[in-house]
Design a protein around this ligand. Structure first.
Ligand code: IMP
Length: 435
């Protein structure tokens, strides 16, 4: 059971970090393959709460191989401070490795992200302003600076000069910003390079070795399917591909190295930032989900938009990612809502009905969810540890999802704690298959 990809099946924040962390216990390696510190995940261990943006989940297991793959964009200041915090809290970070080929987020990327959003005004995407888009743009323009460049002052300086040259005009308003001074920037990034040097490696080789030894490798996605730059709700997306196919590119493996792909989805839906959201609830029910689910961003603290479970979008995610299993998180948040609507179609402004996720932007922006009402439950489910512990209505909710999507539910989250998870046989098999 070597390669398992874990991806967000909605608009991100589905709880991927917790699921990856649970499965990481027996994994040989965990590798992140895209995104950057726009991601954020919270892991609760007893009374301790850890919030990470860049380090892969699994870092809390001493010595665990936690890899930042070539497809990730790395802000060296952020990874350095995450490492410092972990060390400060007594966590062994010796298993962390950062791909020498990963691209670096530079100070000008942050400024350009900010400036781009400001210029868009009302049309803004609502980015996390972490420099993600401008960094991936430089990568595609072949003006990117990679982690390996931190190790050579001359190359670093040359590359910074070349990368900043075409941006002179857009950076003019920031001409006096000290973070843009070439010498200071080179100096600062060289210092960060010294600190990160022990972690810089050929991460793809580590992944290959683990796979060749039949070890379990978890490919940890960030963001979610509908934020994919090719297949999501463009332009209200992130600048990478959070779908499963990107695990191959962003970690350096072939499609045959992937055995299973699990999508993580909340029992309802949330979205941060702007863009279409057909099953959004802009009423008291939306507020109720936000409060009950603690739906405030790990990275930006922004309140998340909330809505009913959208099976049209989820079926799209099943197909795009080739999902073989679904993890449902936060089922407990729906307790007490009866009846319980589930989005099973979209309706357009002229009454047109859509069973499939529309490809055209102007349609996606106008459709609203049409719902099937299922029976809700009122019992506290936070103590459930098997499907049989769940009230019949909750079991029926999950069965309805499975039937609609044609894939099995493999794990169910019923609370924020590590142990508040229902493990199915399929999930146990993955854990036990690890060497
Ligand atoms: P960027 O990735 O910072 O460029 O932001 C682009 C869009 O993706 C915005 O709508 C963000 O709110 C969203 N986004 C980026 N990262 C995450 C995440 O980890 N969870 C949820 N939304 C995200």
């Amino acid at each position: 059971m070597p390669g398992l990809v874990l991806v967000g099946a909605q608009w991100g924040d589905e709880g991927k970090g917790k699921v990856t962390d649970l499965l990481a216990e027996t994994a040989d390696a965990v590798v992140r393959f895209q995104g950057g510190n726009n991601a954020g995940h919270t892991i609760v261990r007893g009374d301790e709460v850890y919030k990470f943006h860049l380090v892969p989940s699994g870092i809390l297991y001493p010595g665990k191989q936690c890899l930042i793959g070539n497809g990730v964009v790395v802000d060296p200041k952020v990874i350095t401070s995450e490492l410092e915090e972990l060390r400060h809290r007594g966590i062994d970070t010796s298993g962390l490795r950062i791909s020498a080929n990963a691209h670096l987020i530079m100070p000008y990327h942050l400024l350009l992200d900010h400036a781009g959003e400001t210029k868009l005004g009302k049309l803004q995407i609502g980015t996390t302003r972490r420099g993600i888009g401008p960094c991936y743009a430089d990568k595609a323009a072949r003006l990117g600076i990679r982690v390996q460049d931190l190790l050579d002052e001359k190359i670093l300086k040359q590359k910074i000069t070349a990368a900043m040259e075409p941006k002179r005009l857009s950076l003019r308003p920031y001409a006096k910003d000290p973070s843009l001074d070439l010498h200071a920037m080179t100096e600062e990034y060289r210092t960060l390079g010294h600190r990160l040097e022990p972690f810089i490696a050929d991460t793809q080789r580590i992944v290959w070795d683990a796979l060749d030894n039949d070890g379990l490798v978890l490919f940890e996605g960030a963001q979610g399917t509908l934020l994919d730059i090719d297949h999501g709700t463009y332009p209200f997306v992130t600048s990478s591909n959070p779908i499963a196919g990107a695990a191959c590119v962003g970690a350096g493996v072939g499609p045959k190295d992937i055995d299973d792909v699990w999508g993580i989805a909340k029992a309802y839906v949330t979205r941060v930032g702007a863009g279409p959201f057909p099953t959004e609830l802009e009423d008291e029910m939306g507020d109720r989900l936000r409060e009950a689910g603690g739906e405030f961003g790990t990275t930006t603290g922004r309140a998340r938009r909330c809505g009913w479970l959208d099976l049209v979008a989820l079926r799209y995610a099943v197909r795009l990612n080739g999902l073989t299993g679904l993890v449902i998180t936060k089922l407990d948040v729906l307790t007490g809502i009866d009846p319980l609507p589930v989005g099973t179609e979209y309706t357009g402004p002229e009454g047109a009905r859509f069973r499939d996720f529309p490809y055209h932007q102007s349609i996606v922006h106008k459709v609203t969810g049409s719902y099937t009402e299922l029976a809700g439950w009122h019992e506290d489910i936070t103590g459930a540890r098997s499907m049989d512990d769940l009230p019949q209505a909750a079991q029926d909710y999950l069965a309805f999802i499975e039937e609609f999507l044609g894939i099995p539910v493999v794990l169910v989250g019923v609370g924020p704690g590590r142990d508040q998870m229902i493990w199915t046989e399929a999930a146990r098999r993955v854990q036990q298959a690890a060497v």
